[in-house]
Design a protein around this ligand. Structure first.
Ligand code: A2P
Length: 334
C-alpha cells in the first residue's frame, strides 16, 4: 500500500488554511490522519474533510506528536515559536510565513522552479511570498531558455494577501461606501474599496517595502542567480483573491513573443491566455480558484532596439499557487 502521512494544518481557519484543507482533499493527498489547529478562539469548531467532520483543536506544543508533515499558515511569530517543537517531534514543517525563507539551510521552493532544492532541508521548508511564486511559475521557463538579465515588476495584489480579514474588509467597506456609511480601515493602511494602495508590508530604509524586497531576494534564491537585477513596486488593489503582475523582462538572448508563448504553453503550471483581438488576457477574476498561473499580453518591449526585451502580464490565485497549492505541492515532493 502507498505510504500515508499524518498531516497537521496550523492556522486551519485562516484564508490560506481553509484552502490547504481543500487542496489536500482535491489532490487526493495520501492523508492518514489530519489535525486541524488554530487559536483557542476556534477550538471546538468543525470543518469538513472528505465527507468527515473534523474538530479544530487549539494549537499547543503537544499537537505535533506523531505528525509527519505540518503545514503552517498562522503568521511568522507562530512559525518561529513552533519551529523547534515541530522539528523535535520529527515532523517536517512547510511554512507559509516569511520567517525562515532567506535562511541558507531552509529550501525555498516552487516545485515548477526548483523542486530539486527540497532535498537540502533540515526539517523546515519555506513556501515563498505569494507574488514571487506566481511570477516565477511564468518567468522560470523563459529564464531556463534565454537566461534573464534584468526583471522589473509592478504588482496588483488582492485583498486576500492580508488574510481572511483582508477579504472581509474589502467586501464590508464596499458595502459601507455604497451606502454612504463611515468606514474605518483596519487590515489595510487606507481605504481599499474603490482605491489602491502602493504600500504592502512595512517600509525599509531604501524606500522599498518589504513585500517588494521579497520579490527581489526570494526570486534570486529560487532561480539560483544571486546577483540578478530585479526591481518591484507592489500595489494593493480591490480584487478579492488573485494577484496580477506587469513584468518587464530582459534576457541574455533574443526572444520573440511567439517563442515565449510556445515555451510557456509547454511549461507546467502556466496557461497562456493571450489573444487580445478576442479580448483574452489574464485577469484576477479568471485566475481565481485556478491552479495555473495565467500569462498573456506578451509583446516585444518597444523601448529597446534589440529583441532581448519582453512585456508580460500574469494573474494567479494568491491563496492557491501563491500559498496553499504550493505548500501541498511541496508536501507531495516529500
Ligand atoms: P483563529 O481563526 O483561531 O484566529 P488569516 O491569515 O486568514 O488571518 O488566518 C490566521 C490563522 O492563524 C487562523 O487560522 C488563526 O486561527 C491562526 N492563529 C492565529 N493566532 C494563533 C495562535 N496563537 N495559535 C494558533 N493559531 C493561531
Amino acid at each position: 500500500m502507498a505510504k500515508e502521512f499524518n498531516v497537521a494544518i496550523a492556522g486551519a481557519t485562516g484564508a490560506v488554511g481553509v484552502e490547504m484543507l481543500k487542496t489536500l482533499e482535491k489532490r487526493n493527498f495520501p492523508v492518514k490522519n489530519l489535525k486541524l489547529l488554530a487559536s483557542a478562539r476556534s477550538a471546538g469548531k468543525t470543518m469538513q474533510f472528505k465527507g468527515e467532520t473534523l474538530v479544530i483543536e487549539e494549537m499547543t506544543p503537544a499537537s505535533f506528536k506523531g505528525i509527519d508533515i505540518a503545514l503552517f499558515s498562522a503568521g511568522s511569530g507562530i512559525s518561529k515559536e513552533y519551529r523547534q517543537i515541530v522539528v523535535d517531534a520529527g515532523a517536517v514543517m512547510v511554512d507559509n510565513s516569511s520567517a525562515f525563507r532567506m535562511e541558507d539551510d531552509v529550501p525555498l521552493i516552487v516545485p515548477e522552479v526548483n523542486a530539486a532544492d527540497v532535498k537540502n532541508h533540515h526539517g523546515v521548508i519555506a513556501n515563498p511570498n505569494c507574488t514571487t511564486a506566481i511570477m516565477l511559475v511564468a518567468v522560470a521557463p523563459l529564464h531556463r531558455a534565454k537566461k534573464l538579465r534584468r526583471l522589473v515588476a509592478s504588482t496588483y495584489q488582492a485583498a486576500s494577501g492580508a488574510g481572511a480579514k483582508g477579504m472581509a474588509e474589502l467586501i464590508e467597506q464596499t458595502r459601507q461606501i455604497l451606502n454612504g456609511e463611515a468606514i474605518e480601515p483596519k487590515a489595510f493602511a487606507h481605504r481599499i474599496a474603490f482605491n489602491l494602495i502602493p504600500h504592502i508590508d512595512s517600509f525599509a530604509d531604501n524606500g522599498y517595502t518589504k513585500e517588494e524586497l521579497k520579490m527581489v531576494y526570494e526570486s534570486r534564491k529560487m532561480l539560483h542567480c544571486a546577483d540578478l537585477p530585479i526591481s518591484c513596486t507592489s500595489v494593493r488593489i480591490p480584487a478579492l483573491r488573485a494577484h496580477s503582475e506587469s513584468l518587464n523582462l530582459e534576457f541574455e538572448e533574443e526572444i520573440t513573443p511567439a517563442e515565449a508563448r510556445a515555451i510557456l504553453a509547454a511549461a507546467p503550471g502556466v496557461t497562456v491566455v493571450d489573444d487580445p483581438e478576442a479580448k483574452l488576457y489574464p485577469m484576477p477574476v479568471d485566475a481565481t480558484e485556478k491552479y495555473d498561473v495565467l500569462a498573456g499580453r506578451i509583446r516585444q518591449d518597444i523601448s529597446r532596439s534589440d529583441k532581448r526585451g519582453l512585456e508580460m502580464f500574469v494573474s494567479g490565485d494568491q491563496l492557491l499557487k501563491g500559498a496553499a497549492l504550493n505548500a501541498v505541492q511541496i508536501a507531495e515532493l516529500l
